[in-house]
Design a protein around this ligand. Sequence first.
Ligand SMILES: [Zn+2]
Length: 218
Amino acid sequence: MTTKILAMGAHPDDMELEAGGSLAKFAKRGCDVYLLILTAGGYTDINGNTYYDKQLRDEAKKASKILGIKDVIFLDYSTKDLQANGDTITKVDSIVDELKPDVFISHHPFDSHQDHKAAADIMFAVSRQGRVKNVLSGSTLPYRPNVFAFRPQFFVDITETLETKLKAIRAYETQYKKFGSEVLIEHVKSMAVHYGWAMGYKYAECFEVIRMDDSIWR
Ligand SMILES: [Zn+2]
């Protein structure tokens, strides 16, 4: 049986930053990896630059192709106002009913961005009573969740897929430019070095385990 992984980001580019190396690695190993993006992503930043839904959607498709993701699902909720409520939970419930993922990856409940927090809450609600057996929370940036709150226990050696992850991040041209282009890439790389050091890997990504069973330890 093929292991199915569902990665759910509040915004386009979240999961590439948080788990791109892991998703690429597992896709390469033959897992079916799906990406669910909860908000359309379009917004105007503090400098007055506007990012359009369609542009971000195209970038998401491009990045997903690079990572080997099987399918991208867009839910188009409005950015900065994502809620974990009956509507969003029911929508994600039905996606989980259809896909039946073995692993669910999303944000951390103590993330500093309200949309990321809401996404974590949606994941917890949808995974209730073992509907998804393996649930992981990641961090987009090193200290995005409070450093004392983010306690990663699951480390993935992404040495073989770091370059693929960086390529996927570069595919988000709008975000790549916004966060300093190659400066962003250097930061992402440094984070992978930092997390890798904990495990003796060259590059790693890490996650806090919310729940894990033995179903994927075959
Ligand atoms: Zn985000």
